[in-house]
Design a protein around this ligand. Structure first.
Ligand code: 6GU
Length: 224
């Protein structure tokens, strides 16, 4: 999989992709993440990428020309399964959506900024619009980081223990059960006996019941 992220502040994302699991995923050849600066595709010598909104109103709008040039340059090199625009008025990101995107080949993610992008970018180039929740961020970069992270960790081989993504919260509409590690006794606070019993089937059953209980308490909407 290759993910091309188009942004006017790509520097925001550089260190994010250079660490931990995302770094290993790229080094292991499971994914290639390429950041693009919209300004590099500006059509004038001042390298401008935004302008006032027609009809007036506050806020600048990202213009269509630099973005069109960038997307077209990418599409001339390879095919993309989706051209995603990260925007608070998009479809809300869910694990199911992430699972399906993790099965795709190449993705473009366009990060909005200011008051948004010229509507014609969305009409002409975008195949999917995604929001990461009902709150407003100052740009789409963090949303692109969230979406990329959620996708990349699902790619086969990326996680050390391949089964661990299967036991994530949300993967079966249940929150994950509690986990414990050493020491078995921290200042009198002990670990549930069942986890120390070595009885695998009983431990699985306990975890399942904990997951259901936690979901009922915290996210009853998931059980509907
Ligand atoms: Cl994708 N972008 C921005 N700017 N704000 C958001 C968002 C995206 N998702 C939730 N809030």
């Amino acid at each position: 999989m290759r993910i091309d992220i188009i942004s006017c502040v790509p520097g925001l994302l550089e260190s994010f992709f250079a660490h931990s699991i995302l770094k290993r995923a790229q080094q292991g050849g499971y994914v290639e993440v390429v950041l693009h600066d919209i300004r590099d595709y500006s059509v004038n010598k001042h390298r401008t990428i935004d302008d006032y909104a027609f009809g007036g109103g506050a806020g600048m709008v990202l213009q269509i020309e630099p973005i069109a040039r960038c997307i077209r340059a990418l599409q001339a090199e390879r095919t993309y399964d989706e051209v995603i625009y990260l925007t608070p008025d998009g479809e809300q990101m869910q694990q199911k959506m992430v699972n399906s995107l993790s099965l795709k080949g190449n993705l473009i993610m366009l990060c909005g900024h200011y008051k948004g992008v010229d509507q014609r970018v969305r009409d002409l180039f975008i195949t999917k619009e995604i929001s990461i929740g009902d709150y407003v961020l100052s740009g789409g970069e963090l949303a692109a980081a969230v979406l990329s992270d959620a996708i990349i960790r699902l790619l086969p081989g990326v996680l050390n223990d391949e089964t661990s993504a299967l036991t994530d919260s949300f993967q079966d509409n249940l929150l994950a059960p509690p986990v414990y590690s050493r020491p078995a006794d921290f200042e009198g606070h002990t670990v549930p006996d069942i986890l120390m019993s070595g009885h695998e089937a009983k431990i699985e059953e306990w975890r399942y019941r904990q997951a259901v209980q936690r979901t009922r308490e915290r996210r009853p909407d998931l059980l509907d």
